[in-house]
Write a protein that binds this ligand. Structure first.
Ligand SMILES: Cc1ncc(COP(=O)(O)O)c(C=O)c1O
Length: 420
């Protein structure tokens, strides 16, 4: 065995990617699997905006192939600044308050590296996406807050308050992966007020408590759902809020790798240095193309209207179907989808007996049963840090063909009706 660092040796891989690997294996063996595990899009169902694609090609054709600046090309920082003001009512300077990276992941990594010292505490709610890994990579200590379905799996100020004095970073996300639910205005206001009070208490004597606000799905809210952010609600939060954002989800451009952060200049400038050292820049041509695209309000609005509609059809197709199954007496439930590409579904099947006689002992058995009997592949919330016995699951619709939803629901109903 090769000797590696303790950090590398103790790293745990992503549960979701591991699960997806197992499922792909089944698909290769010829089984029909409706694979709704990975938080990505099938590009034939959800292609990136045509204009974005054309501009990427255009900029490569014009030899935009050398290093970009460490904080991103000026054109894109300016374009993002204008985009945030136009679509989000936020005012951030292209000069030193916005930095560009190769997607949201390096942004998150550099936020952790910039804020958190080894041994310090990071608070995050579960279920949530990958905060455990970034905390681990920073040699930090995690403070986990388990949220509940009654509150749409979003944390409240009261949940966080008991831990706040110990922490340097609070990691929040809305719309949330894996639940597809969002913060309500009052909920986030209370959290902001709590952070501001805590930072007044610390004033100068201690590093402030920062809020990482991951809004990578904010362009994908459904219907009348409102996206709220800390700085619009409480302008004083500007000093403490580090935003995570980019084109990966809103424009179905997960493989294009353009993301950004915005926040107080001193923090952004340190993140720029870290990103520079790891070279996690978005390619220059993609940056220039994104700058061109984001400036075209008509192309952006048309695409967003289309993708929101497409996501909504699928999410509500499943939601209505699960609610119908519940009305028919099956042990399933779902939470009304508000955004992102995820539906939260409950399969309360523990203790039920398969036709072959075995009892479903817990989350893993339920997942395997749905996979083998209905070809329905989804991710249990424990993969997002919830407790092992949580019976809630994430359905990710980015690979779903709308026409298949009735068939899939029918297969699920059949599988459920065979349990006793
Ligand atoms: C909440 C959240 N933040 C960030 C990311 C990473 O985005 P990117 O692909 O831009 O690195 C994801 C990807 O699934 C996500 O779900």
């Amino acid at each position: 065995m090769l000797a590696v660092s303790k950090k590398a040796g103790n790293l745990i891989g992503s549960e979701i990617i591991r699960l997806a690997g197992e499922i792909n294996e089944k698909i290769k063996q010829g089984q029909t699997i409706h694979n709704f595990t990975i938080g990505d899009f099938n590009p034939s169902l959800f292609p990136i905006p045509e204009m974005l694609k054309e501009r990427i090609i255009y900029h490569y054709q014009h030899n935009q192939t050398n290093y970009p600046p460490a904080d991103g090309v000026a054109e894109l920082r300016e374009s993002v600044s204008e985009f945030l003001s136009h679509h989000g009512g936020l005012s951030y300077s292209a000069k030193d308050e916005i930095i560009i990276a190769a997607g949201a992941r390096p942004v998150i990594y550099s936020i952790f590296q910039t804020i958190v010292d080894p041994g310090e505490k990071v608070i995050f709610p579960v279920p949530s996406w990958n905060n455990n890994h970034y905390t681990f990579l920073s040699n930090a200590q995690e403070i986990i807050i388990e949220t509940s379905p009654e509150h749409n799996f979003m944390p409240s100020a009261d949940d966080i308050r008991p831990h706040i004095q110990e922490a340097v970073l609070l990691a929040l996300c809305s719309p949330l992966n894996p639940t597809g639910t969002v913060f309500k205005r009052e909920q986030l206001e209370e959290i902001c007020d709590m952070i501001l009070a805590e930072n007044r208490r610390r004033e100068g004597k201690q590093k402030p408590l920062y809020l990482m606000y991951d809004q990578i799905y904010w362009l994908l809210t459904l219907g009348n759902t409102e996206h709220v952010d800390p700085v619009s609600l409480r302008p004083e939060m500007r000093n403490y809020t580090l935003f995570v954002d980019g084109i990966s989800k809103g424009f179905a451009a997960t493989g294009v790798r353009v993301g950004w952060s915005f926040g107080p200049a001193p923090v952004m400038q340190k993140m720029k240095s870290i990103l520079g050292h790891i070279g996690a820049w978005a390619p220059r041509a993609e940056q220039l193309a994104t700058a061109d695209f984001l400036r075209n309000h008509q192309a952006v609005d048309e695409y967003l209207n289309w993708i929101r509609e497409q996501a909504g059809i699928r999410l509500f197709g499943f939601y209505d179907g699960f609610k119908q199954l519940r009305a028919e007496g099956y042990q399933v439930d779902a939470i009304i989808p508000q955004g992102a590409i995820y539906l939260t579904v409950q399969f309360d099947l523990k203790g039920m007996r398969r036709p072959t006689g075995e009892i479903l002992q817990g989350t893993d058995d339920i997942m395997t049963y749905l996979l083998s009997e209905a070809g329905f592949a989804i991710v249990p919330f424990f993969a997002f840090g919830s407790s092992r016995d949580s019976n809630w699951y994430r359905v990710s619709i980015g690979t779903c063909q709308t026409e298949t939803i009735p068939t899939i629901l029918h297969k699920i109903k059949n599988a459920l009706s065979r349990l006793s």
